[in-house]
Design a protein around this ligand. Structure first.
Ligand code: URA
Length: 195
């Protein structure tokens, strides 16, 4: 198998036709941020603004995400941010299990390249992709799992917090746990910067 590189990943995503979503995408949205960050965030899929700019989490949910990271004193540039699918689902619908599964090869490559110590999953769709199709975000959020030395936790998607601000308290608890895990693993100082 060819060695995995960022260049290869970019080429694969650019040329990808593994599911029908490519046909409606203005821009593919691979993800962005610090490619060596100890913290990786995985969302669902690009929305309208992400599709327009080719960048993950730059719309309203992205603005909230930036604030959530700032609350644990992490500038978003120091974190690697991506989605389970790299093309916008039409009308911002939730990507199907088949679409997520077709795109998983790219997410796996990203995890191999970034080699994060901590992964924070944002929302139900990403939780199903990473933790299994039978999980419910309300049940798994806030709980750590360790896989091959990587600590993984799910929390609510920022869009869910925009729809239901009552969930913000739990999301804040989850974020504090992420900060504490990074401290425990000795990698918080690498990316910490009061904002
Ligand atoms: N929602 C997501 O899950 N990802 C984005 O990039 C934007 C909104």
């Amino acid at each position: 198998m060819a060695e995995i590189t960022w260049e290869l990943l970019e080429q694969q995503i650019a040329a990808c036709r593994r599911c029908p979503l490519y046909a409606g995408a203005t821009n593919k949205v691979p993800g962005q941020g610090d490619p060596q960050s100890p913290l990786m965030l995985i969302g669902e899929g690009p929305g309208a603004e992400e599709d327009r700019q080719g960048q993950a989490f730059v719309g309203a949910a992205g603005q909230l995400l930036t604030k959530m990271l700032a609350a644990i004193e992490l500038p978003r540039e120091r974190v690697y941010i991506c989605n389970t699918v790299k093309c916008r689902p039409p009308g911002n619908r939730t990507p199907t299990a088949d679409e997520r599964s077709a795109c998983l090869i790219h997410l796996r490559m990203q995890v191999s390249l970034v080699r994060p110590k901590v992964i924070l999953i944002l929302g139900a769709s990403a939780a199903r992709t990473v933790l299994g199709e039978d999980v419910y975000i309300t049940r798994v959020r806030g709980q750590w799992r360790e896989r091959k030395g990587v600590w993984i936790m799910a929390t609510y998607h920022p869009s869910a917090l925009l729809r239901d601000p009552a969930k913000k308290r739990e999301a804040w608890e989850d974020l504090q746990q992420v900060r504490d895990k990074l401290i425990e693993l000795g990698c918080y100082r690498e990316i910490y910067q009061p904002v």
